[in-house]
Write a protein that binds this ligand. Structure first.
Ligand code: ACO
Length: 324
């Protein structure tokens, strides 16, 4: 059987780091009140990175992709598929994946974006896995890259403290050994309104609101339930149980969502990779950023079983069970 397996991981955070205190001080100058205490208690976030105005998702993606290629011992020219998960593309079109492909210098490789907001990375990984299994691709670069700071309403303290910018990448390659064991993706479009950026471009103008809107409590309730279902579905497909999970690598939105999911899967928090404290919510970039940080710190070892889980706007959700 032909599988896909992770050959290397990489990630990148833009250098400008704001602690909660830094952000609170900036917001205070605009009359918006928040505190480190409130943000840490409700979300677990302590700091986030914001990209400089001239830096786009493709720039962050390039850095993460180069690191993943280096970790895999591969050149960009050996990649035949590039998928970028992003909701903050450089342009309306062409795709950020095409811009990344040009920056990497591997003309010819198939390249396209996947837009599933915070579930984007598990969606992209699932598509790349299916294309490798079918023989349509052999070596894929799968990237989550976001500049969510561009979408934030810095007058809305209920959302602007939650997000950050960054990118993470994996190289996925064909193998006769199991790598990706099972995937499970879902969406329910009736929840569009609880998390969205409703504006769109028309006639040279942005029509509607170009900034992020969220009903935090509605998102919280939905997220916890669907994450458990997706995790259980992948375990069932792979013939495994909760006890087989070595590491849970959830989308990093909020520590309380992660704690609830871990409880439901009967996992202690020392089996959960947590980076939300240092990165905030980086949407499609959060899972590959967390994965790469755990790989590089030596916590994740070859052969271990990893549960990757995403949830986000759409509403979309999904899980990918990996033998690393
Ligand atoms: N600083 C200080 N006070 C604040 C802030 C802030 N940044 N934000 C809100 N408050 C105040 C509110 O005004 C409110 O005050 P009031 O009681 O006087 O009206 C109070 O805090 C409580 O507000 P709630 O919105 O009820 O706070 P809640 O406990 O629900 O926490 C939060 C809000 C953190 C957004 C929570 O709902 C949550 O975690 N939701 C999940 C959403 C999420 O993680 N989204 C990420 C994107 S989606 C995704 O990636 C899956």
């Amino acid at each position: 059987r032909r599988y896909s397996r992770i050959a290397g991981t990489g990630s990148y955070l833009p250098p400008r780091r704001l602690t909660n205190a830094d952000l609170a001080a900036e917001l205070a100058t605009q009359g918006v009140e928040t505190s480190d205490e409130w943000i840490v208690e409700r979300t677990g976030i302590r700091a986030r990175h914001f990209a400089a105005p001239e830096v786009g998702s493709s720039d962050l993606a390039l850095q993460a992709a180069q690191r993943a290629l280096e970790a895999a011992g591969l050149e960009a020219s050996q990649i035949d598929l590039i998928i970028v998960a992003t909701s903050t593309p450089d342009m309306v079109f062409p795709s950020t994946a095409c811009i990344l492909q040009h920056k990497l210098g591997n003309a010819g490789a198939a390249a396209f974006d996947v837009q599933a907001v915070c579930s984007g990375f598990v969606y992209a990984l699932t598509v790349a896995d299916a294309m490798i299994q079918s023989g349509a691709a052999t070596r894929a670069l799968v990237v989550g890259a976001e500049v969510f700071s561009r979408l934030l309403d810095f007058k809305d303290r209920t959302t602007c403290v939650l997000f950050g910018d960054g990118a993470g990448a994996v190289v996925l390659e064909a193998s006769d050994q199991p790598g990706i064991l099972a995937t499970d993706l879902h969406a329910d479009g009736k929840h569009v309104g609880i998390l969205c950026v409703p504006g769109h471009v028309s006639g040279g103008n942005v029509l509607g609101d170009p900034l992020l809107k969220m009903d935090g409590q509605a998102v919280f309730k939905l997220a916890v339930g669907v994450l458990e279902e997706a995790a259980r579905a992948t375990l069932a497909k792979a013939g495994k149980t909760d006890a087989d999970i070595d590491w849970l690598i959830p989308h990093q939105a909020n520590i309380r969502i992660m704690q609830s999911t871990a409880r439901k899967l009967k996992l202690s928090m020392d089996k959960v990779v947590v980076t939300v404290d240092q990165h905030g919510n980086t949407s499609a970039a959060s899972i590959p950023l967390a994965l790469d940080s755990a790989v590089r710190s030596g916590r994740i070892h070859r052969g271990q079983t990893l549960m990757l889980e995403g949830v986000g706007g759409g509403f979309t959700w999904g899980a990918v069970l990996v033998q690393y």
